[in-house]
Ligand binder design. Structure first.
Ligand code: PLP
Length: 310
């Protein structure tokens, strides 16, 4: 493996290998007739490993199971995934010694396809790869986003479950097209809205906003709000973990519904996800959100809470 130019490590879940089967990422590994390739038919998860520890792994394994269930896919048990992740992360760290403790991070993806056409078994593997520098930078610099209509109303998930709106499926071509559209407009990212004017999510992230107010007694009240989880969005594991930590630290919590104006009026807005973590939003459709000083202060506070999450 040391002769590879790629930094990526692949571990296939294979009944003959109890800890997973390491595979060469420079060699073809999938059949051309795999339904993941021909139809985007499958599910995935992306997690962050820090210093060899894969964060929030239980929440990700639970969401993988829910996504698989939405697609009627039978997948291996959580212990099989955990062992394969351990194999992959250990191999990645021995292949790619981190230049400093802050850079000892890796993206751990769990991928399931419906398998080869005509076969009864899914294809399952773990991919461990470096964190993109751009994502890391955006945690510091913040991002400019545009609002884009996703074309579904906020009841579509409930009315039409076959749209798989709350599942993390391999069919991310629409999400990637939205990001390219934003980049062409000079923006970094996207917040999707529903056709009935609700704030939904980013193509790869959850939306959060914060408001800071004084209550009648003069005390400062900090409130963290995210769109309703049943509006056809993917329930974020980062949002869930951060909300629990923020509650314990005295923040008030809220779950939409949110309109675009609520974002513009907020003291701070973030896109949050497992790999990029909290990316503060500087502008939405060209309008500045809050003030740089308050954005920075609230981001630092939430980063500290998030850093304590296992
Ligand atoms: N929403 C979508 C559509 C996503 O793809 C992701 C993550 O990739 C998220 C939200 C954030 O989820 P998590 O915090 O679990 O990474």
């Amino acid at each position: 493996m040391s002769s590879r130019t790629s930094h990526t490590v692949l571990v296939f879940l294979d009944p003959d290998y109890v800890n997973g089967r390491l595979a060469d990422p420079e060699k073809p590994q999938l059949m051309a007739t795999d339904l993941g390739a021909t139809r985007g038919d499958g599910v995935f998860e992306s997690m962050l490993a820090v210093a060899g520890h894969t964060r929030k792994i239980q929440a990700h394994l639970d969401r993988l199971a829910r996504s698989a269930q939405a697609l009627d896919l039978e997948i291996p048990g959580q212990d099989d995934w955990r062992r394969a992740v351990q194999t992959g992360v250990a191999a990645f760290r021995s292949d790619n010694p981190a230049p400093s403790p802050e850079l000892d991070e890796a993206v751990v993806k769990l991928i399931v396809t419906r398998g080869v056409e005509g076969a009864a078994a899914p294809t399952c593997w773990v991919q461990v790869s470096p964190v993109a520098a751009a994502g890391r930078r955006q945690r510091e610099t913040g991002i400019d986003v545009i609002l884009l209509d996703r074309g579904y109303d906020s009841d579509a998930a409930e009315r039409a479950p076959w749209l798989l709106l709350g599942a993390k499926t391999l069919s991310y071509a629409v999400n990637m097209a939205a990001l390219r559209h934003a980049h062409k407009q000079g923006a970094d990212d996207v917040i999707f809205t529903s056709s009935d004017g609700r704030v939904l999510e980013g193509p790869t992230s959850t939306v959060l906003l914060a408001n800071v107010e004084k209550n009648d007694g003069g005390a400062t009240v900090k409130r963290l709000v995210t769109p309703q989880l049943d509006s056809g969005i993917l329930p974020g594991t980062s949002q869930g973990a951060l909300f629990a930590a923020a509650k314990a630290a005295g923040w008030e919590l809220g779950y939409g519904p949110l309109k675009p104006q609520d974002l513009v009026d907020a003291d701070a807005v973030w896109l949050i996800s497992s790999i990029r973590l909290l990316a503060p939003v500087n502008h939405i459709d060209g309008r500045e959100i809050g003030t740089p000083a308050l954005r920075k202060q609230l981001t630092a506070e939430l980063n500290e809470l998030f850093a304590g999450i296992e």
